[in-house]
Design a protein around this ligand. Sequence first.
Ligand code: DGL
Length: 237
Amino acid sequence: MIGVYDSGEGGKSVLKELRRLMPWEDYIYYGDKAYCPYGPKSPEFIITRACAVTDYLISRGCEVIVVACNTATAAAISYLRGHYRIPFVGMEPAIKPAVLHSKSGVVGVLATAGTFKGRLYLNTLARFSGNVKVIERIGEGLVETVEKGILDGPEVEEMVRRCIAPMLEAGADHIVLGCTHYPFLQPVIERIAGPGVTVVNPAPAVAAQTKRVLEGIKKTEPSAREGSVEFCYSAKD
Ligand code: DGL
């Protein structure tokens, strides 16, 4: 059983890639909706929530947990790895591939405040940005609109435009989606950014990493069996 965890609906963009790669596996998806968004919350708070969700997923038989949330990865993955025996797969800000393929020398990163403050992001930036200029923007309002299921329309367009305009004005030719909610807005982002800009979603790479981790602890072999998916959510009191 594979546990997939996010603050809400965003991690489903990762679940989709996991199921595409390993449709025969069983999944439990946990959306911590009662506490969404995580972006503005403290690392201590997110660690407490990540432990509560991990305890639940382990009690349900999960052998590996995918932290399908950049903000929770930034705040909690080191703690989780230090305190539990099972493996955790986290989200990586996809700065490296974007920098590698950028021709304009400018790359945009869209993420939450929590992700930008995390050591993981800062280390990745220091290691891989090289001579490329990286323009960071918090995706103000984007998590909330995805949670509401509003994925297109004039208001969403306006929100996306406001977030990515500084990247486009600076000449970015790649925009990294640093939050798992944002792939749900990828069609709008691509439409506004235009054909010269590549939008990078790290979810397929995270799914591939999960497969490698699973292969290290048990057999995961293609089978005709279709695995199950169960959805769980925390509810506001
Ligand atoms: N989907 C999450 C992420 O990747 C969390 C967004 C939020 O809850 O603010 O960062």
